[in-house]
Ligand binder design. Structure first.
Ligand code: AFP
Length: 327
């Protein structure tokens, strides 16, 4: 009998309130999965008409998923505040005080541009410790400005051919598949290990003319295959859903890159640090992979804004090390 998520969490030594939060997030993602799979049979497609703080048009499903995740945070034990790609500021839930508490960050629906074309999308979440303060006070955005190394949990759910939850509590990365009949999350990927070597890279090649020189050379050498310095042929994938691309790498290795480029020098990359890059970096490192912003480990980047962007290079450890030698 495969282990359920409930049984797995019961066996973990993490704080009970944190385990309850993870269980709540998993339940919330079942609700999001049901909304995603309704597609055009319900009024779940299309746009909601507003734009978020990123300047992106919000899809109906973006807002439905955001509402669900905020409900989860309000109901889960120990949550002090939440932050979302879809919310300009933090969402206070309780006061910080002289007790353990959690700050939850999420991209409720990553890959929104894939919704209407039925390509895998996902939810990404990160959990940071809330400040322990003698005198209870309301949470503030600055409480969230902790490096990814301080996360106590991180993970994602990919709504693909299977609905798969992958997360870590800091002692390995584990995958649970949603069993469609029982509705149970079942352990299907025990202590995931990302192969150190790979022949597969993921990057949006349409940005090639904007890349800085080291990325140009790295990709050119991959494309040269057996005729170039790498001495092996590479394959390329780009789903345009970070969750789907990262999950592929968790399952079979590879490199995912959304580097800084000259397209918009004001943006140091497209992806957001706190609720995309940092949680994925924690999961990747826990599975033996690596994650860098091009100069340092992504988990060591100290944020100073909720929605700040960061260059992302993550995946198979040996390949990331090779990539970083290009400068
Ligand atoms: P959307 O949520 O707007 O579709 O963006 C998805 C994403 O943040 C990330 O999931 C993808 O890896 C990346 O953007 C895709 O970016 P491009 O559209 O430039 O390929």
């Amino acid at each position: 009998m495969a282990q359920t998520l409930a049984a797995f969490l019961k066996a973990q030594s993490a704080p009970e309130s944190l385990k309850g939060l993870i269980a709540g997030i998993a339940d919330g993602c079942v609700r999001i999965s049901h909304a995603v799979r309704q597609g055009a049979t319900a009024d779940m497609l299309g746009t909601a008409g507003d734009t978020n703080v990123q300047g992106e048009v919000q899809k109906t499903l973006d807002l439905a998923a955001d509402d669900i995740m905020i409900d989860v945070c309000r109901a889960a034990p120990g949550v002090v505040a939440a932050a979302s790609e879809e919310q300009d500021g933090i969402v206070p839930v309780a006061q910080a005080g002289p007790h353990e508490g959690w700050l939850v960050l999420f991209d409720p629906l990553d890959g929104s541009s894939n919704i209407e074309v039925n390509v895998s999308i996902g939810t990404i979440f990160s959990v940071l410790p809330a400040p322990m303060v003698e005198t209870p006070r309301d949470p503030v955005a600055e409480d969230f400005f902790q490096p990814g190394r301080d996360q106590v949990a991180a993970g994602y759910v990919v709504y693909g051919p299977q609905t798969l939850l992958v997360f870590t509590l800091g002692d390995g990365a584990f995958g649970f598949t949603l069993e469609p009949v029982s509705g149970e999350w079942v352990l299907t990927h025990d202590r995931i290990a990302v192969p150190a070597e790979t022949k597969e890279f993921a990057i949006n090649a349409s940005n090639q003319r904007h890349w800085h020189e080291p990325v140009q050379r790295y990709i050119a050498d991959c494309l040269a295959g057996t005729t170039g310095p790498r001495g092996k042929d590479f394959n390329m994938r780009w789903v345009a859903s970070m969750v789907a691309d990262v999950n592929r790498i968790m399952m079979r290795g590879g490199v995912f890159m959304y580097p800084a480029d000259r397209k918009d020098p004001s943006k140091p990359g497209r992806l957001r640090l706190m609720y995309e890059a940092a949680p994925m970096a924690m999961v990747m490192e826990q599975a033996g992979g690596a994650a860098s912003d091009g100069t340092k480990a992504l988990l060591d980047v100290v944020p100073d804004a909720l929605h700040q962007r960061v260059p992302v290079m993550l995946g198979s450890k040996a390949e990331i090390e090779t990539l970083l030698t290009y400068g």
